[in-house]
Design a binder for this molecule. Sequence first.
Ligand code: ATP
Length: 518
Amino acid sequence: MSIPMNYDENFPKITSHAKEYGFVFPSSEIYDGLGAVYDYGQMGVELKNNIKTAWWKAMVQMHENIVGLDAAILMHPTTWKASGHVDAFNDPLIDNKDSKKRYRADVLIEEHIAKYEAKAVKDADKKARKEGWATGDEAYQGFLVNSRNGRKAAELQARYEAVLNGENMLQGLYDFIVEEGIADPESGSKNWSEVKQFNLMFKTQLGATAGSALDLYLRPETAQGIFVNYLNVQKTGRQKLPFGIAQIGKAFRNEIVARQFIFRMREFEQMEMQYFIKPGTQMEWFEYWKAARSKWHQALGLKPEYLQFHTHEKLAHYADAAEDIQFRFPFGFKELEGIHSRTDFDLGNHEEYSGKKLRYFDPETQESYVPYVLETSVGLDRTFLAHLSNAYTEEEVPNAKGGTDTRVVMKFHPLLAPIKAAIFPIVKKDGLPEVARKLFDELKYDFPVDYEEKDTIGRRYRRHDAIGTPYCIAVDHDTLQDQAVTIRDRDTMEQVRLPLTEVSTYIKRKLDWREVLG
Ligand code: ATP
């Protein structure tokens, strides 16, 4: 299977669908919104909670040796000195002097290289059509790599990597932009400022009086809350290595360019797990967690052809190995989750800055050492966007007049769907609403269900397709006699007739966590 032809055109449709059906709204929209800050609406909050539950179950509930934590957003400011964020959590920023627009210098360059790559693919596709090659062919690949644009992209990529690893990175990025003639994507101007480092942390203050106030940061990642609690959890939970601490929570980054909807936000949520291990075992755990996390994404329905691993070219200041799980968003393959081997960097630095020992006494070797850490860090909002993109489907379906209609259906995994079942009396009279309400009252203890009696049944089906409700239950006149209802499957649109007393068990059987967690 490959990426559908018109997949990339879906992005504007997905963002407007998300708003129209109550998944995501711009923050404080009545005041024209706030850049890269979003609110989750009535459907969004359900989907988000379901993703959190799926992650928590997979990480905490399924592992005897992984426990949860809920650390505060505000932390002692020395935390961020020790973690390296005060000195190194920067992005290279460049201003266009004419348009006054601000950009990330590295992103401008990456987009420039991507243009050559895209051109090379286009040329290769054209040639392949003429020659009858398939995309995976040796001839196709050879043409791709050796074409003029293919060679240019490779040359630029090598130069870019040299700049990133070079001594004077900022000057190198500036020279790259100027020499390549990269223009402001909006205005076309090439009148650039020098490249500067920009720290992404939001500052705030603790305490009311100016003189005594303590400068704080809103946490840019949840991980540090786990590191500073390592010993608390290890001691009170009597944990032996290896063990993990998992946390879901808000993080804040003052991103320079915040685009692409909820992909890059200034306030977002992370689901992170730090796995404390014996030094020297990190590569083994690295492979283990890469496989486990990739499996989780697929078990929740993300299509395998939309997922790939990506090795980091430049390692972060704390890592000795790092790979991303990338998802094929409608704007390209991008990072969804990071798997990082963080060595003893964090605990070691917290030891140094706090003067407190953060060690583990190994009863087997009788040694005391700072554990190594293997981290899995996934964006909740990005996972949400991945599921919106993965689920959004437009389909031609037969209508009542013998023609066809286009339906938009969100094919979420049933466990992620905001509403599990919708109950419709086919008419608003003859005692049908009463029966339908009774069923609603029964099911509501087990799942989020919806009751709808307005509009034609066709319209009600469409509305629930659009929010991804897996089961719609129709109560009709026969129900009064046979005490049975019709259940329609969202994806196949097939209908089955079931006794009222069996509806709950039927749906429960379809919502099986074993499928996802096994
Ligand atoms: P990127 O390179 O895209 O900025 P990152 O490498 O800085 O991401 P990490 O610091 O590894 O990201 O954070 C872990 C995860 O948190 C990411 O994989 C992503 O899913 C999520 N994340 C990071 N920054 C944002 C953001 N601004 N908005 C939404 N999610 C984010």
